[in-house]
Design a protein around this ligand. Structure first.
Ligand SMILES: Nc1nc2c(ncn2[C@@H]2O[C@H](COP(=O)(O)OP(=O)(O)O)[C@@H](O)[C@H]2O)c(=O)[nH]1
Ligand SMILES: [Mg+2]
Length: 411
């Protein structure tokens, strides 16, 4: 639906004047964020305190008494609109530090995204929460191809966290779109009567999980979720029973995720709802594969040969978002190809003069590995001595797009 500016104002005003229905919620149950005894009414969508003074600032509402959602959440929820906010990392870190210091007995649910495992980890957050009880929620498990067993994923994640501060944390697989992965979480949450917080990077799916838990518990899902970052602005209190509650929290923006190098209109290519797609290429050295117009992969060299000295092709399995177009080209031409096609390619980079960082992988033995590119999925390959690969990603601030080498998930 499209509105002109004038109309849009009008529609929003009319609609916003009717109270958003949270009628399934009894007093003290469900999303209780705006039923605080301290008197400050908060948005049930993002947790921010309401204000009626400045429309450009977080928490603005037209009618403080009758509305449950701030105008920003109302727009995201009903029109899928992105509304820019002046919120920065410092505010988020302050909220999380305050939480951590608030009590000695806290249970954290640390949410990581299975499609972006390395990119959804935050070292400082892991250090902070490690002093308390932690359950790692490996989320968006619906994205993993069904052939991969749950036990295998758990063993994989356990090994991945095995060397870090969270090595003893319990691991649960979750997905807000699969009931069987929501019920065990609600049950786990309902057994605890001390403070519980759901934490993790922005877009890991924290708020969607809370909503799924509310729904599974026959309460009204009310927290606002979106493909944009900074959707949740402050903590949101959810009561599953009268004695028992969990807080949703804001997530830190992933500065190392490819989405930040593109305009928000392309974010469907990076945050999505369907199982990942596997695309296999049999490549010769000197060939490259492009991810739309945002990054590319080079098979530089080291190819094996047959008895006659002829080069053997190597299989590369790309695990990607279904919407992501891949194109094959010659490595020699790759940067030129990118520069000449950048206007025609989708998704494309915001910065037309983008500079690139090359990640080099040289293998000395046989192995089965995944190269993860934060936001683009992973490339699986069986390595051999001499194999030389590169991943070329746009250079962004804060250390750039995360590219990491992990043992293979699917073998
Ligand atoms: N496929 C899939 N997508 C999810 C899941 N949970 C969340 N998402 C998507 O991930 C994006 C971020 O979700 P949101 O709940 O707002 O994340 P938050 O920032 O951690 O609260 C949205 O586009 C959601 O639709 C899930 O379990 N499976
Ligand atoms: Mg959220």
């Amino acid at each position: 639906m499209k509105f002109s500016n004038d109309n849009e104002e009008k529609v929003i005003k009319i609609k916003q004047s009717s109270k958003v229905a949270l009628h399934e919620i009894e007093d003290g149950l469900g999303n209780t964020t705006n039923q605080n005894s301290d008197g400050i009414k908060r948005c049930v969508g993002c947790g921010i305190a309401f204000q009626t003074e400045d429309e450009r600032k977080p928490g603005f509402v037209l009618d403080n008494v009758r509305q449950d959602y701030c105008l920003r959440c109302f727009k995201i929820k009903n029109y899928g609109r992105l509304v820019e906010q002046e919120i920065n990392d410092k505010d988020f870190i302050a909220i999380l530090e305050e939480i951590n210091n608030s009590s000695s007995q806290i249970r954290y649910y640390y949410v990581v995204d299975i499609f972006d495992l390395p990119g959804s980890r935050l070292e400082w957050l892991e250090k902070m929460i490690a002093t308390k009880e932690v359950i790692i929620l490996v989320n968006k498990i619906d994205l993993v191809p069904k052939v991969v067993s749950k036990d295998k994923i758990i063993a994989y994640v356990k090994k991945y966290f095995g060397l870090g501060v969270l090595k003893d944390a319990k691991i649960m697989l979750t997905s807000s779109v699969k009931k069987e992965h929501v019920f065990p979480l609600v049950e786990a949450m309902k057994t605890v009567t001390y403070d519980q917080y759901i934490v993790g990077v922005s877009n890991a799916g924290k708020s969607s999980l809370i909503n799924a838990c509310l729904y599974a518990n026959q309460q009204a899902p009310s927290v606002v979720t979106s493909k944009y970052v900074n959707t949740t602005l402050d903590k949101i209190k959810i009561n599953f029973t009268k004695e028992n509650y969990v807080y949703d929290t804001p997530g830190l923006v992933k500065h190392n995720h490819i989405a930040i190098a593109t305009a928000p209109s392309y974010w469907d290519y990076f945050f999505f709802q369907k199982e990942v797609k596997q695309v296999t290429y049999q490549l010769q050295s000197g060939q490259s594969i492009f991810y739309g117009g945002v990054a590319w992969f080079n098979y530089v060299g080291g190819a094996q040969t047959d008895e006659t000295g002829k080069e053997l092709r190597t299989s590369f399995h790309f695990y990607i978002n279904r919407r992501m177009p891949l194109h094959r080209t010659k490595t020699d031409n790759s940067e030129k190809y990118f520069r000449s096609h950048r206007h025609a390619l989708a998704p494309r980079l915001k910065d037309k003069d983008a500079v690139f960082t090359t990640h080099t992988f040289k293998f000395t033995k046989e192995d089965n590995v995944d190269i993860h590119i934060s936001g683009l999925g992973w490339i699986n390959v069986k390595t051999f001595p001499g194999l030389h690969l590169e991943v070329v990603v746009p250079t962004v601030d804060n250390g750039g797009i995360k590219v990491s080498l992990l043992p293979a998930l699917i073998s």
